[in-house]
Design a protein around this ligand. Structure first.
Ligand code: ZN
Ligand code: ZN
Length: 260
């Protein structure tokens, strides 16, 4: 798989925690920063291969994320977990239905499927109101699956007590909303050249890695290049935090792109 993996282009659509940065009503130095790298929509990435374009999660900012990247075509959405900041924007796949005249392919585990069926019940009705999202729901678990030319390996990680799916695309691994990985999952990440991991803030948190825990995990797994995401205003200014990070580790920011 590693040898033949197609070239992929990664676009960070959002790198903020559930409230986004700035946070409504907050006047802290991060929320009022004039550095565009301190403005973070909710966390999501777009992965583009020669054959397919997919996003990981549809955040509450999904519509704007598609507009500001000029995305006119999307083949699939792969979901990590059912929390609202990762599924809320699903309704806006309607625009893609309209132009492609096809249902959107969604990939979700049982937990996320349950939430999608509850929160977007009208898209699952037997007799649908015209104009609701047209979707084709594909069930996934911890077994590898394929979208076009991309073999994707799900990696189960822990968000306190909730299993969340990370995803490995050849040399690239994306993990959000985790605070713990089992040995078996660490094994699936090892050998990646680039890893994205969530790092919420410096202080400890019950369901997210903090900055030091994320750094320690990158070092433990011996990953040469890492980008942190799902960042809170509490982490501090992008420029200042990046200055203190070890070699090979950076904070991601909205609009960052990578080619692998
Ligand atoms: Zn989240
Ligand atoms: Zn703030």
């Amino acid at each position: 798989m590693l040898v033949d993996y197609p070239p992929i282009h990664i676009n960070f659509l959002g790198t903020g925690t559930s409230s986004g940065v700035p946070m409504i009503g907050c006047n802290c130095n991060v929320c009022t920063s004039t550095d565009p790298k301190d403005n973070r929509l909710r966390s999501s990435v777009m992965v583009t291969s020669p054959e397919k374009k997919l996003v990981i999660d549809t955040t509450p900012d999904f519509r704007y994320q598609m507009l500001r990247t000029g995305t006119g075509h999307l083949d699939a959405v792969v979901f990590t977990h059912p929390h609202k900041d990762h599924i809320a924007g699903m309704d806006d796949i309607r625009a893609f239905n309209f132009f492609s005249q096809k249902p959107m392919e969604l990939y979700a585990n049982y937990l996320t499927e349950e939430a999608l069926r509850r929160d977007f019940y009208y898209a699952f009705a037997d007799h649908k109101y015209p104009g609701v999202p047209e979707i084709n729901l594909n069930s996934i678990d911890d077994k590898p699956f394929t979208i076009g030319d991309m073999d994707i390996v799900p990696i189960e990680v822990w968000h306190m007590k909730m299993p969340v799916l990370g995803f490995r695309f050849g040399k690239f691994t994306y993990i959000t909303d985790a605070n713990r990985l089992d040995e078996e999952s660490k094994e699936k990440v090892r050998g990646s050249e680039v890893v994205v991991i969530n790092a919420l803030r410096k202080e400890k948190h019950i369901s997210h890695f903090n900055l030091q825990e994320a750094v320690d995990l990158v070092h433990e797994l011996e990953i040469p290049r890492a980008y942190f995401t799902h960042i809170s205003h509490q982490l501090g200014l992008h420029a200042e935090v990046c200055r203190d990070l070890p070699n090979g580790i950076e904070l991601a920011y909205d609009g960052l792109t990578l080619d692998l």
